[in-house]
Design a protein around this ligand. Structure first.
Ligand code: SF4
Ligand code: SF4
Length: 213
């Protein structure tokens, strides 16, 4: 019933007490406070970044504006954690082959790394989900994370495609985390893969290859 509803300039309705039941009913439908199924994050909540913003490159520390390139550290984490890509093992053997790993975290922000080391925070690498992502081959121009694994990136476990094409040859796919269609070169902070190398293991390898500092 709209009877008596005061409408201000621009068509703005002023609710009174008698409209509260309708307003509460609509809020209840929008937030479903009694339902226990998982909530679906919005793109903004997942720090979603388009392929265009990423310049069609996979996300890694090497194209992040928080990376201190010469010091091999992150401006958000501090000088204690060394961050650089590496290949491990360094030589092939009968039972294994060299794999190149690129570092990245959920705060990746596309841009040019710093030449001079700058520190702005001392965030916990666990909270930033710092990890090392394996590349398809050693010596790639760029590696890291994106939705579908195109342009040298490693694909996200949440990116689903149909049809016969490989994920990395698809233009778009369905993101089961965000429940939306995304482009192959997009990326977000929810990126996940079951075979990433943890930052603690990466620190051991960096120390073995470059020494403690
Ligand atoms: S750890 Fe994260 S924020 Fe830091 S340089 Fe790497 S991607 Fe950027
Ligand atoms: S597929 Fe993965 S990286 Fe891409 S938007 Fe979904 S969760 Fe984020």
């Amino acid at each position: 019933m709209r009877t008596g509803l005061e409408i201000k300039r621009g068509g703005f309705p002023i609710y009174e007490e008698k409209q509260l039941r309708k307003v509460n009913a609509m809020r209840r439908a929008m937030s479903l406070p009694d339902v226990k199924t998982p909530t679906i994050p919005k793109k903004g909540q997942a720090l979603f970044t388009t392929a265009e913003e990423m310049h069609d490159e996979p996300a890694s520390c090497y194209n992040c504006q928080f990376y201190n390139k010469n010091a091999a550290t992150c401006a958000l984490i501090g000088s204690r954690i060394k961050i650089r890509k590496f290949t491990y093992p360094e030589a092939s053997s009968a039972d294994s082959k060299p794999i190149e790993y690129w570092p990245c975290c959920s705060m990746q922000l596309y841009g040019k790394p710093n030449a001079e080391a700058t520190y702005r925070a001392s965030s916990d690498p666990d909270y930033l989900d710092l990890c090392w992502i394996n590349a398809g081959s050693v010596g790639q121009e760029s590696g890291g994370a994106n939705c579908g694994g195109c342009s040298g990136g490693d694909d996200c476990d949440h990116y689903l495609t149909t049809g016969t094409k490989a994920k990395w040859d698809s233009a778009t796919g369905f993101c089961r985390a965000l429940q939306v269609t995304v482009a192959c070169g997009d990326v977000c902070a929810l990126w996940g893969d079951d075979d990433v190398l943890g930052w603690r293991e990466a620190q051991k390898i960096i120390e073995e290859q470059h020494g403690a500092s």
